[in-house]
Design a protein around this ligand. Structure first.
Ligand code: PXP
Length: 242
């Protein structure tokens, strides 16, 4: 499995800045449209249970206004399932969620949550969304994704983004082996979390990985260089790795 590596731009933190003041700006939908114009292949947004950044109205507007596919990230709850069924986004990425965490702290335990996830994955798939499971690069999680019939996994790169030296090399190998294992079993591997200009290339070079979802770094860097140039630079780095 090879091909163009897609970039999904996560616009959650545009909403974080907006919500810090309870104002109507900056508008995450405007950022999404600009990112798409600059070369993002899709937009990712995480509707958290506490609505700390993206809101229900944001999701409705993204569904109505986007010209590129929307990847909705959500926890495995009945409330989120109903929202995803109603909006039928192109993709739904199921993530673990803890109220007290600052950001998603690890992959979903797809193996341990098998019975809870099975009906959810089936309902989302039957409703026409591409289901992705955000998991650690572990064989038992990929095995659960296979048994759940998920067409996509997103490999958690959060640990990779923080490691150095030999531990970094070992984590990169784990990610690469996991991508190969998924692809051999007909699952499309994606990757994301904590990716930056400095660490994206080795991940983009994993041939089976088809999509990267990147948010916090891009939105932060946009303060200095503007969102369009930052998205274009990330795209160029990703393309240079293939
Ligand atoms: N992929 C998933 C599943 C995520 O939960 C997040 C963070 O919301 C990202 C990618 C993007 O991570 P970051 O904001 O660190 O680039």
């Amino acid at each position: 499995m090879t091909g163009k590596l897609r970039l999904g731009v996560n616009i959650d933190h545009v909403a974080t800045v907006r919500n810090a003041r309870g104002s109507g700006y900056p508008d995450p939908v405007r950022a999404a449209l600009l990112a798409a114009e600059a070369g993002a292949d899709g937009i990712t947004a995480h509707l958290r249970e506490d609505r700390r950044h993206i809101t229900d109205v944001d999701i409705a507007r993204l569904v109505a206004e986007l010209t590129v596919p929307l990847n909705l990230e959500m926890a495995a709850t009945e409330e989120m399932l109903a929202i995803a069924i109603r909006h039928r986004p192109h993709a739904v990425c199921i993530v673990p969620e803890k109220r007290e965490e600052r950001t998603t702290e690890g992959g979903l335990d797809a193996a341990g949550m098998f019975d809870q996830l099975a009906p959810m994955v089936a309902k989302l798939r039957d409703n026409g969304s591409r289901v992705s499971l955000f998991i650690e690069p572990e064989a038992r999680q990929i095995d659960a994704a296979i048994r759940l019939g998920a067409p996509v996994i997103e490999l958690h790169t959060g640990a990779y983004a923080e490691l150095v030296g030999e531990a970094l090399a070992a984590e990169l190998k784990r990610l690469s082996d996991a991508a190969a294992l998924a692809a051999r079993n007909g699952i499309e591997p994606h990757a994301g979390h904590g990716l930056t200009f400095d660490n994206v290339v080795p991940i983009a070079a994993i041939p089976q990985v088809m999509e990267l979802n990147i948010g916090h770094f891009l939105i932060g860097e946009a303060i200095f260089d503007g969102l369009g140039p930052v998205v274009r630079r990330m795209r160029d780095l990703m393309d240079s790795a293939r």
